[in-house]
Design a protein around this ligand. Structure first.
Ligand SMILES: *Cc1c(COP(=O)(O)O)cnc(C)c1O
Length: 714
């Protein structure tokens, strides 16, 4: 597909600009970002950093002028060299370390991937993790491919009513504006695969997204050959009822394996990111039985080559379906599996109170040879939570390990900070960024310089917030209260606390308002004020979450807090970048131990935004006493008591430590005590909670051994 008719539109000197724009690797390749920023900065901002859309809108003169600008052309050449090298991955970490294991890829299945704001096929943390995993795998040269869903309407956009109630709207994605293309066969025709659903067959289109070395294949049922209801199946992420949900999961699992066959890809390892993709196992058992294996031999082979990562200690986060629903929608999937039908269903049977259901996590636990949680603490919780799976087995012996999550450093680090690191840590810091010793050099950055960058990042955030508020006011004509709640009264030099994540009860978004008078005193201090920025969506079916959100919105409007509480709407990757880079402190106060890992705090810390958090998820491993603060009210069990104690502990940390350190300045206005915490946050979090450390762990402990095992099993 020659979308821009490149040869007509782009000057010959820039003939590969379309290639650069359509491979999302541009988004973390500094040279490529510069190319698009410089090409047309107004458009860059106007399109929320979407080069594919920019290439539709950019004026011919700008393109011609660019070709005459040697500096621009140098960046362009550098961007292409980097992209080509990444795609070839000849000198990558993987190529050096596993020269003999490149023959079979790892297939990574996930219901959502967060890659860039222009591709809204993610809801939150799970998607960000999957996206960061794929990006990092590409950087390391790991032969990984992603399998997921192309939701033509994506996840919803959030709007708030005048009363602060979340309303959802879905926009149909414009393919032409997105870095995505149909996967095609040798004849150049788009590839389609067929999935049996109930008593019919649904056709599934396969889209391709490029991330340098890594390619993602996304499934979409919106084909004219399908019945209207089937065309809608993949329309939205988490937008349907149970019936839609199970059908989506059959398409992801069964359809995903079939799509790989259509593409001619034979993976050596299957990585199931969360239980949504569990039906992968069904299609693989069936394929192996058709090749003459017994059920047991097939299961053994599958276990040897399947990894399962579980992500949530919240019971409602695990999909379970009535057996009737499973029978109904899997009716066409059994094929030659006929006589083993009961054995397959038994793999998913699990009773978590109220009778046995077909549980996707149970299915994955029983059919994956390697299971991991996403932090050390979450590992313990998971071994307890699923204890009935292993009757009589002591907790320590239950087969669930952990790989603590990490974030993709090149994606999340701000360019100004990256430059500072280049100057003080060294040129190749990005290539070695999971090496802890490297980061000791952060201590050599003069406080003044780091503080100057921190100040600029906060100002970028305020410009962004003000532009958005103005947009809501002048274009969308929201009322003045909405404009105030959106952050118009915030001050650019005031200590700023960020809290942005999905609005769900266990994350306690309202904890900081537990004692409104005490909070108001902290916020409104004449000499040392504080302000708080909230953002986050609530799941469309989660009314409790929406009530939390509405009450936070009402706080933002309450004059008691002096306009120092703001709510930024429509949280997505774009907003997340500004917030994790521009706030001063990142707040997280979940009800322990319900936060499996959390990742936004990692993104913040590596940008010099220390974490102020309950010692849950990753922070139980990350906190070292000097790189941020742990909120510990010392009371758990009873919710009300626990909340009151945690709120008190939070206020105390703010009053006694956070606020004084931030406002203690030298004659030049530099907060040296504050900078010590900032540096310690960067130094300790950047290497250890990077996706690089995480992906290497997956490779060394699981992918490589599973590829070896698979090779032996033939
Ligand atoms: C990082 C991120 C998340 C996950 O944040 P948590 O701290 O894990 O809750 C969710 N949404 C977006 C847009 C993110 O960037």
């Amino acid at each position: 597909m020659d979308r821009y008719s490149e040869r007509q539109l782009l000057p010959p000197a820039l003939s590969r600009l379309g290639d650069l724009a359509e491979d999302l690797r541009w988004s973390w390749n500094p040279a490529a970002r510069q190319v698009f920023r410089r090409l047309d900065y107004t458009l860059w901002r106007h399109t929320a950093h979407n080069p594919v859309r920019m290439l539709w809108l950019v004026e011919r003169e700008k393109l011609d002028a660019a070709t005459r600008n040697p500096q621009f052309m140098l960046q362009y050449e550098r961007a292409l060299v980097t992209l080509d090298a990444a795609r070839e991955a000849r000198h990558s970490w993987w190529a050096r370390r596993y020269p003999g294991l490149g023959h079979q890829p790892i297939a990574y299945f996930s219901a959502e991937f967060a890659l860039h704001q222009s591709l809204p096929i993610y809801a939150g943390g799970l998607g960000v993790l999957a996206g960061d995993h794929c990006k990092e795998a590409g950087d390391l040269g790991v032969p990984l491919i992603g399998i997921g869903f192309m939701y033509p309407q994506g996840y919803f956009h959030q709007h708030l009513s005048a009363d602060g109630w979340q309303e959802e709207s879905y926009e149909r994605l414009n393919w032409a504006d997105t870095a995505i293309a149909p996967a095609t066969g040798e004849d150049g025709k788009p590839l389609v695969t067929a999935v049996p659903l109930g008593d019919r067959t649904v056709l599934v289109a396969i889209w391709r997204v490029r991330l340098g070395r890594v390619v993602l294949y996304l499934l979409d049922t919106d084909l004219p050959e399908n019945a209207p209801a089937d065309r809608e199946l993949s329309a939205r992420l988490y937008g349907g009822d149970r019936e839609v949900r199970i059908q989506q999961e059959i398409i992801l699992g069964v359809g995903g394996v079939r799509a790989l066959k259509t593409l001619g890809i034979t993976p050596g390892v299957f990585h199931l990111n969360e239980g949504h993709a569990g039906f992968v196992v069904l299609q693989r058992i069936r394929d192996l039985i058709e090749q003459g294996e017994s059920f047991d031999a097939a299961l053994e082979q599958i276990r040897a080559t399947t990894l399962f990562t579980t992500h949530t200690p919240v019971p409602a986060g695990h999909d379970a379906f009535d057996f009737g629903l499973v029978e109904k929608h899997l009716a066409g999937c059994w094929g030659t599996l006929g006589s083993n039908h009961d054995r397959f269903l038994a793999l998913g049977a699990y009773d978590s109170g109220g009778g046995a259901l077909f549980n996707m996590t149970a299915l994955a636990l029983r059919s994956a040879g390697q299971v991991n949680a996403v932090s050390e603490l979450h590992g313990e919780v998971t071994r307890d939570m699923w204890a009935p799976m292993w009757p009589g087995v002591a907790a320590a012996d239950r087969p669930v390990g952990f790989v603590t999550n990490g974030v993709h450093v090149p994606t999340w680090i701000h360019a100004d900070l990256a430059e500072l690191f280049t100057r003080y840590i060294g040129d190749g810091w990005i290539d070695w960024h999971d090496e802890p010793a490297l980061w000791d050099a952060v201590l050599t950055i003069p406080d003044e310089e780091l503080w100057r960058v921190r100040q600029s990042l906060r100002r970028y955030l305020f410009t962004f917030i003000r532009d958005r508020a103005r947009q809501r006011w002048t274009v969308e004509h929201v009322g003045i209260p909405r404009v105030v709640a959106a952050g118009t009264l915030l001050e650019p030099d005031t200590l700023t606390l960020g809290f942005a994540r999905r609005f769900a009860g266990y994350k306690r978004p309202e904890l900081i308002f537990h004692d409104p008078q005490r909070l108001a005193r902290i916020l409104n201090s004449a000499e040392r004020p504080l302000q708080i920025i909230f953002a986050g969506k609530s799941h469309p079916a989660d009314n409790i979450g929406k009530h939390h959100l509405q009450r936070v919105y009402h706080r933002a409007l309450d004059p008691l807090f002096g306009g120092r509480v703001a709510f930024v709407d429509d949280y997505d990757l774009h907003v997340a970048h500004y917030l994790v880079q521009g706030c001063d402190v990142w707040l997280n106060n979940p009800r322990k131990p319900l936060e499996a890992s959390g990742t936004s705090g990692m993104k913040a810390a590596l940008n010099g935004v220390p974490h102020l958090s309950i010692g849950d998820g990753w922070w139980a491993e990350g906190f070292n006493g000097t790189n941020g603060w742990t909120i510990d009210g010392g009371k758990s069990g009873n919710h009300d008591e626990g909340d009151a104690a945690d709120a008190d502990a939070l206020y105390r940390l703010l009053e006694e430590q956070v606020v004084p350190a931030f406002y203690e300045r030298d004659a030049a206005g530099v907060p040296h005590r504050w900078m010590a915490t900032v540096k310690e946050a960067i130094r300790t979090v950047a290497p250890r909670f990077s996706a690089r450390r995480m992906v290497k762990e997956y490779v060394e402990r699981m992918y490589a051994p599973a590829l070896e095992r698979g090779r032996r099993l033939g």
